[in-house]
Design a protein around this ligand. Structure first.
Ligand SMILES: [Zn+2]
Length: 152
């Protein structure tokens, strides 16, 4: 099919360019990618700070009591804490992906899938510069994670 051929051609062109101008296979310079990742990192860190502050606030508020109202309030607090923890977990997953991407930029392996070693693809990298796996490997991992959580 024609589209497949054109995608391959773009990737090969990107690889050839990377040797000369330090342009990664997503068409951006590694400096631009580094800056984009650094900005995202700052955002995630401040998001985590906000969630932790909120979680702390919830904890300070909760005053263990015995009445129905206290129990209901405590349950609501637990729920709020769980939401904050889930957000922090997501942020920290993304932070470690950003760290891997920055390491890969340093090592010159940026844009290559950690699992299969193939080029991740320009479109996927421009949407998510911290992507460390190609679409096929990433969705396989998601399937495995989903299956594992169903077994729990
Ligand atoms: Zn892969």
């Amino acid at each position: 099919m024609r589209p497949t051929i054109s995608v391959l051609a773009v990737q090969q062109k990107g690889d050839a360019m990377s040797a000369v101008t330090e342009t990664s296979n997503c068409g951006q310079t590694s400096q631009a990618i580094r800056e984009r990742l650094a900005r995202r990192r700052e955002f995630l860190l401040s998001d985590i700070r906000a969630h932790l502050r909120e979680a702390l606030h919830v904890t300070e508020e909760s005053d263990p009591g015995t009445g129905d109202l206290e129990r209901a309030t405590e349950a609501a607090h637990e729920e709020e804490l769980a939401l904050n923890i889930a957000d922090v977990e997501r942020d920290s997953d993304e932070l470690s992906a950003i760290k891997s991407a920055l390491d890969a930029l340093q090592a010159g392996t940026y844009g290559l899938c950690l699992d299969c070693g193939e080029a991740i693809g320009a479109r996927r990298l421009s949407l998510n510069p911290a992507a460390t796996r190609c679409l096929a490997c990433a969705s396989e991992r998601e399937h495995m994670a989903a299956a594992a959580s169903r077994r729990r």
